[in-house]
Write a protein that binds this ligand. Structure first.
Ligand SMILES: Cc1cc2nc3c(=O)[nH]c(=O)nc-3n(C[C@H](O)[C@H](O)[C@H](O)COP(=O)(O)OP(=O)(O)OC[C@H]3O[C@@H](n4cnc5c(N)ncnc54)[C@H](O)[C@@H]3O)c2cc1C
Length: 371
């Protein structure tokens, strides 16, 4: 089977590796001139750790990651109110870990190289023509690749989405802004803490990602305020973090390379495929980071896609791709809808303050079940 994967983010790299391991001949195209993950860091929970383990990539991630057995849920002053302690899904492994996006990218790009996958940088897709026995994919530069499957893994603003599923909905803003920045880890900051400042201040987090680094985030309502001027982002971020206590002041001192963006979400209704074209990852389901499961779902998609395509004769590919969407939809919908609801409750507190914790707990328990 020949497969062309569009986008070398977590979904695309993992899909390329999982398919190549099952014997497919894979070409991976990436619009950028390097595999360069954006953003400071991310959390991987039990389910994506299990998926990475199935590809024997987990240990390389753990070597570069900071383990988090517990998360401290605090008030704005930093007083711990609840400790989240999800059970580990894999014996002898942490319940969750945090690592820099660059570290995850390094592991996945290394696996792409090791699998002998052809990676074409600075390349995108301009047309997809589905035929009974193959799909012809026109690449920027003019080359046309005839393959058995084209996988759109090109993220939130996917160009492949419009080519494979014309008329699919576009991402929508969810009414919140997130500030994120890496910083050196002061030795005293050893735990993942989230501080709730209510709708007025927003919610802040401090996440160690390695022995010497962490990242700080702040989620707040999007009032359409202008972004800080270039060069003043770190100062503006520190100013917003000033009301928070706990580990925030220590961590905030070192913030640099601040990223500020409006959150968006997307859930494309089924089908996620047309003929021999299929979409995975953020291209079909983009969640806000409230459950920290976006990369997790992207990685799981990749493993499930390789599973449904294993040993499938070429003429049965369209049916297998439909099965992929059907197998993944409810789980991805749970992540998207729960995340959006949690964000909604951060903007307008629910009448029953126990609701967010309960909804999050139920979603995480469901996601712990096999994909
Ligand atoms: C603020 C924030 C915090 C988050 N925190 C977490 C977290 O802690 N844990 C977690 O699991 N998830 C988290 N997520 C979600 C996570 O970042 C995404 O779900 C994940 O990156 C999706 O992976 P992907 O491979 O589908 O898309 P992407 O990561 O967007 O990768 C897409 C790739 O395709 C390339 N590309 C784009 N267009 C084209 C094109 N036309 N042709 C070729 N290549 C193209 C891009 O350059 C990129 O390499 C967070 C998201 C946000 C916004």
């Amino acid at each position: 089977m020949r497969v062309l994967v569009v986008g070398a983010g977590p979904a695309g790299c993992t899909a390329a590796v999982a398919l190549a391991r099952r014997g497919a001949d894979v070409v991976l195209v990436e619009a950028e001139d390097a595999v360069r993950p954006a953003g400071p860091g991310l959390v991987l929970q039990g389910a994506p750790m299990r998926a990475l383990d199935s590809l024997e990539l987990l240990d390389a991630c753990l070597e570069r990651a900071y383990p988090h057995e517990e998360i401290d849920l605090c008030d704005a002053a930093g007083t711990v109110r609840t400790v989240l302690a999800p059970p580990p899904l894999l014996p002898g492994r942490p319940a969750s870990v945090a690592l820099s996006r660059a570290a995850l990218g390094e592991v996945l790009a290394g696996a792409v190289t090791a699998a002998g996958i052809e990676l074409r940088l600075g390349t995108t897709v301009t047309a997809v023509v589905d035929r009974p026995d193959r799909v012809d994919v026109r690449l920027s530069g003019g080359a046309v690749e005839g393959v058995d499957v084209v996988v759109g893994a090109d993220g939130l603003h996917s160009a492949t989405r419009g080519l494979v599923l014309p008329g699919a909905p576009s991402p929508r803003p969810t009414g919140q802004v997130i500030w994120r920045a890496p910083a050196p880890r002061p030795p005293a900051v050893t735990r993942y803490s989230m501080l709730d400042g209510g709708p007025a201040l927003g919610r802040a987090g401090v996440v160690p990602v390695s022995a010497d680094s962490l990242y700080v985030w702040l989620l707040e309502p999007d009032h359409g305020a202008p972004r800080p001027p270039a060069g003043r982002e770190a100062e503006a971020f520190r100013e917003r973090l000033r009301p928070f206590g706990g580990d925030v002041p220590r961590a905030a001192e070192g913030v640099a390379d601040v990223d500020v963006r409006s959150l968006q979400s997307l859930l494309v209704p089924l089908p996620w495929s047309r003929g021999r074209g299929v979409l995975v990852g953020d291209a079909v389901h983009t969640a806000t980071p409230h459950l920290a499961y976006g990369v997790g779902m992207a990685i799981e998609d990749a493993v499930v896609l390789a599973d449904v395509l294993a040993d499938v004769p070429s003429q049965d590919v369209p049916a297998a791709l439909r099965r992929f969407g059907e197998r993944r939809f409810d789980r991805c919908r749970l992540v998207v809808e729960t995340s959006v609801q949690l964000g909604e409750w951060e903007r307008r507190s629910p009448a029953d303050p126990s609701l967010p914790g309960r909804l999050m707990g139920e979603a995480l328990a469901e996601l712990a079940r096999p994909a």
